[in-house]
Every structure is written in C-alpha cells, then in structure tokens.
Design a binder for this molecule. Structure first.
Ligand code: ZN
Length: 316
C-alpha cells in the first residue's frame, strides 16, 4: 500500500530510469478524481491500445471516447519508446477486476503469474483506485510487432514505479491478469516482462543493458557477411595458386581457408582412390587374373571414384 507519487515525482523517477517523457497539456491535473478514489496504490497495469498512429492514440487515451471519458491511462508508451503523460489521478483504465488477484499483488505472493481472474469489468472490484495504468500503442492482434525501444520503455516505466514504491516486479500485472474479460497486452508475456523488470531492479536506475560491456564488435554484421567472408574463397589467391603468390603477397586470412579447402578436396580424392583400389584388389584375390588385368581394373575404379568426388564437390 502506498500513496500515489506526485506528478513531479513520477516525471522525475521516469526520467531517472532513462525514459523519454512527453508531458501532454494539463496532464498533472487531468483525471477522474471527482468520480471516485485514487489510492492507496498497490501496483501497475500494462495495456495495449488496439490503435495505430501515435498522435491519434495520444489524443484518444487523453480524451477518451463517447462510452468512456478520458483519461484512459496515466501514460501512453508509443512505438518509438516515448512515454506521453496524459493524466495523473484516477483514470479509466483498469475497470473491474478480481479481488483474489488484488490480494496476490498486494502480498506479491504469487509465482510466475497470478491466479487467472474470474471477475471482470461488470462484477469485479474497482481497479482504477488501486493501479497505475499504462497504455501501449499496439494493434493487439498478436502480429503487430513490439519494437525494442517500446518494450524497453515499458520495462523502464514499470521498474521506475517499483523502485519508487519499493515494490517487486510482482506489483506489475497485465490487464488480462486483472479482468476475466480482457486480453491485453498481447505479443509478449507478463511473466517475461516481470522477469525483465526484476533484472532491471538489480541495477541502478541509470542502467543501460549492455552498457557494462564493450560495444559488440559483431553488431550489424549479417550471416550473409560472415558466409561471404569465410567461404567466397575462390576469388582470393591462396598458396595453392602459384600465380597468386605475386598478386596476393599479404596472405589474407581467407587464403589459409582456401588452401585448407584445396587440401581437403585432394585428400578426399586420394582416399576415394585408395578405397576403390583396395576394393578391386580384394575382389581379385584367388581369381588367378594376370597382373595387367588387375592393374587395368584398379585404374578404372580409381578414375570412377575421382570423378564421383569431383561431381560431389562441384568440380566436375
Ligand atoms: Zn486494457
């Protein structure tokens, strides 16, 4: 149980967590406080908007619509990761939900996820008094992607609230975990989100994942680049190409690979030839064939074996 953060405080803790905050109009005083209580607060709920387009989505969650007056959340987390603050106080985001879930969130007592809710909007307890609400710009069809910047911002916002209230990640739930008649958010699991929030809470608010390592030297390199660098060796001079000793005096690393390829192909051929020869010789034992016949048979077998290897390696 906690008193709500003040508008100044929430803006401050979000920015400290690395969130890009956009303050929309009179968000600090835009709320539904005249309609009911706000607080004590017990957690935070993540939603998706079922919309496309940031500007129209901000307007919608700020103003609401005919059936549901705004604000519809506290902040809207856009595709680009910016968090548009549209209201502070009681907002129309959580509706009715399951009191069992509320108890589990207050106690932070559940495992991977709370007990599935059996109560919803029509018959549940008032969630708008108890939860912060974050709408996230997404079509909610399970296909619309969640860009890394957006997902990262969701994690940061939730971590900032948990940090400020001394909550664990279990104080963060999805709307679908609160109300039996909701499916949002779709496209990632709340268990994964909570794991990422929990990881973030092990670090200071200023933490940027990956920043405690050197920049990844492989960043931006595709599998195709690696394939080309390693295996497009035919265009590069190597030690087996006498002519290339003059044109490739510096011995690029690929030259060594090309030399190995050539040696392995040569070994393949010799092994195939020896196997063929031994097979033929074994077949001649005890037949009384003369030497010339045996030699001819061995030579023919070797020739066939080498042709087979050439075909398999694309040389023939
Ligand atoms: Zn929702």
């Amino acid at each position: 149980m906690s008193d709500p953060l003040t508008p100044d405080r929430v803006a401050s803790v979000l920015r400290a967590e690395g969130v890009r905050v956009v303050e929309v109009g009179n968000w600090r005083t835009h709320n539904r406080n005249s309609k009911g209580p706000w607080g004590p607060l017990n957690g935070s709920i993540v939603h998706h908007t079922v919309t496309r387009g940031t500007a129209s989505t901000v307007a919608m969650v700020r103003d609401g619509h005919a059936a549901l007056p705004g604000p519809l959340c506290h902040g809207m987390i856009a595709k680009d990761g910016r968090v548009h603050m549209v209201g502070w106080g009681r907002t129309n985001h959580a509706g009715g939900g399951d009191s069992k879930v509320l108890e589990q969130v207050i106690a932070e007592s559940y495992g991977t996820r709370p007990t599935p809710p059996t109560r919803g909007n029509s018959n549940g307890v008032d969630g708008n008094a108890r939860f912060y609400g974050w709408e996230c710009e997404n079509l909610g069809d399970g296909k619309d992607p969640w860009p890394k910047a957006q997902y990262d911002a969701i994690v940061r916002v939730q971590a900032a609230l948990c940090r400020a209230h001394d909550w664990s990640a279990k104080s963060v739930i999805g709307h679908l975990e609160w109300s039996s008649d909701k499916v949002d958010p779709r496209g990632f699991t709340m268990a994964k989100l909570r794991a990422d929030v929990a990881e973030r809470l092990k670090h200071p608010a200023s933490w940027n994942p990956g920043s405690d390592h050197e920049e990844d030297p492989m960043a931006g390199i595709t599998k195709r680049d690696i394939f080309d660098a390693v295996w497009k060796t035919d265009a590069i001079g190597g030690p087996t190409d006498a002519a290339d000793h003059s044109t490739n005096p510096t011995w690029q690393p690929q030259s060594i690979l090309k030399d190995m390829q050539a040696r392995i192909r040569s070994m393949d051929k010799r092994m195939a030839a020896q196997t063929a020869a031994i097979t033929v010789l074994a077949g001649q034992v005890g037949t009384g064939a003369d030497t010339q016949t045996v030699v001819s048979a061995v030579e023919a077998a070797i020739e066939r074996a080498v042709i087979d290897v050439n075909i398999n390696t694309g040389e023939a």
